[in-house]
Design a protein around this ligand. Structure first.
Ligand code: SF4
Length: 442
């Protein structure tokens, strides 16, 4: 397990993929499509795949998704397409996620499809942030004839796909390939560029952009108020995962990751980020990893499949439990944590456990960089950007749109994509309308 960041799930061979696709019943009213947040035309591309027409399958998928190799790997299929497949009732749903991954990977390695780059004549759009929402906006609008430029603060694009989801679930090479396809549509990437620091939204409008999309996500982790929480051995999961990702890519040394090497680690929270942090801590050589959650297994927000894998790999789960005190030790390490567990009869029990590190995965909220340097963008009391229903996704500043986590609507990669698809349509309509008015008023 230690240092084994190789992708956990194996891809289909051609024969396996075609055989699996041939099991599909091509239902008249396909539950799979209904269950997919971006209404992927699943039966249609599975039908092409079943006939061996991989290129056609890819074209159909691209009609709805800019990131199929990502979705095929990290979507919650059990709750979405596969959970709604008619064959799921017999416990034999079509493995839609694995098939989507197969088509996308096959297309990339065989260079099967080449999308024509449309003429960029409808307007200019600046996209801030290159996570799932930003990439979706860029792909959709670029295909519709808009010139799109992405501004990304990191040295590599992808946001949470690049720095948040661990390599064993989503290899960075896959993310790079998907982004390359979006770049091939004519999208321009500006890396190491922080809007709100290097320049402002007003500067972008002055440069001639017709609309701006904020897909800046939630980069400020939430903190709990527990005695000892400020000790340096208490880390934020998103920062820990980012460091491991940088270490994996050779950008920082092993020493700079810190967690691992025989440590006893406690992860607070039980969403997908918590599970990612726990499984990553094991891969960094931790001797013992405990996930501490104040509710039960049935109330966790993590995907069941991720939880099952974590259990199989040796992660312990402490249900109905909270850390109520953190005792610091020497050398950037802890000594122990004090846990409180709710018992079935409603009473509580406390016990102390030896600990070296605590990793917090209790959510995050948006940074204020952009809104604090721009007039007219209102946020709610927690810093999420307020947007309208009409034009969908537009903030209180005309021409500035927002989507993805920064608006507090979506919860997963594919939900951020669904939201962004709607915002992309809205941006296109907005720019067309503004340009039409300009012509009428000339
Ligand atoms: Fe095929 Fe299942 Fe979708 Fe029916 S619901 S079309 S069997 S994948």
């Amino acid at each position: 397990m230690e240092n084994d960041f190789k992708e956990v799930s194996e891809n289909y061979t051609i024969a396996e993929a075609v055989r699996e696709a041939q099991r599909c019943l091509h239902c008249k009213v396909p539950g799979c499509k209904k269950g997919c947040p971006i209404s992927n035309d699943i039966p249609d591309w599975i039908a092409e795949l079943a006939k061996g027409n991989f290129g056609n399958a890819m074209k159909i998928i691209h009609g709805r998704s800019n990131l199929p190799a990502v979705c095929g790997r990290v979507c919650g299929h059990e709750r979405q397409c596969e959970g709604n497949c008619v064959l799921a009732k017999k416990g034999a749903h079509i493995n839609i996620g694995k098939l989507e991954r197969f088509v996308a990977d096959f297309d990339s390695s065989a260079c099967l499809t080449h999308e024509a780059i449309p003429e960029k004549s409808r307007g200019r759009v600046a996209v801030i942030g290159s996570g799932p929402a930003g990439l979706t906006i860029a792909g959709d609008l670029s295909r519709q004839g808009f010139a799109v430029e992405i501004f990304e603060m990191e040295s590599e694009p992808g946001g949470v796909l690049q720095y948040g989801i661990p390599e064993y679930r989503l290899p960075k090479e896959v993310v790079r390939r998907e982004i390359k396809k979006i770049e091939n549509l004519g999208v321009v990437f500006h890396l190491n560029t922080t809007v709100g620091e290097n320049f402002t939204i007003d500067d972008l409008f002055a440069q001639g952009f017709d609309a701006i999309f904020m897909g800046t996500g939630t980069g400020v982790p939430k903190r709990l108020s527990i005695p000892g929480i400020n000790h340096p051995a208490v880390r934020q999961a998103i920062r820990f995962l980012r460091r491991v990702s940088l270490y994996e890519s050779g950008s920082i040394s092993r020493d700079e990751v810190i967690v691992g090497n025989g440590d006893r680690v406690f992860v607070i929270g039980c969403g997908n980020t918590a599970i990612d942090a726990a499984r990553t801590a094991l891969r960094m050589g931790s001797a013992e990893v405990n996930v501490v959650y104040h509710r039960t297994v049935n109330e966790m927000s993590a995907l069941r499949a991720e939880y099952d894998d974590a259990v199989a790999e040796g992660v312990n789960f402490l249900w109905n439990s909270s850390i109520i005190e953190i005792e610091g030790g020497d050398d950037d390490r802890l000594r122990s944590v004090l846990l409180e567990t709710k018992m079935e009869d409603g009473s509580t029990e406390q016990h102390r456990m030896d600990a070296d590190h605590v990793v917090m995965a209790v959510g995050s909220s948006p940074a204020a960089r952009i809104v604090s340097t721009t007039d007219g963008i209102e946020v709610d009391e927690r810093g999420y950007v307020l947007t309208r229903e009409e034009p969908y996704g537009m903030s209180t500043r005309p021409g500035v749109f927002a989507g993805g986590d920064v608006t507090n609507r979506p919860a997963t990669v594919v939900h951020a994509m669904r939201d962004a698809k709607q915002v992309a349509e809205s941006i296109a309509r907005y720019i067309d309308a503004v340009k039409l008015l300009q012509i009428i008023n000339q």
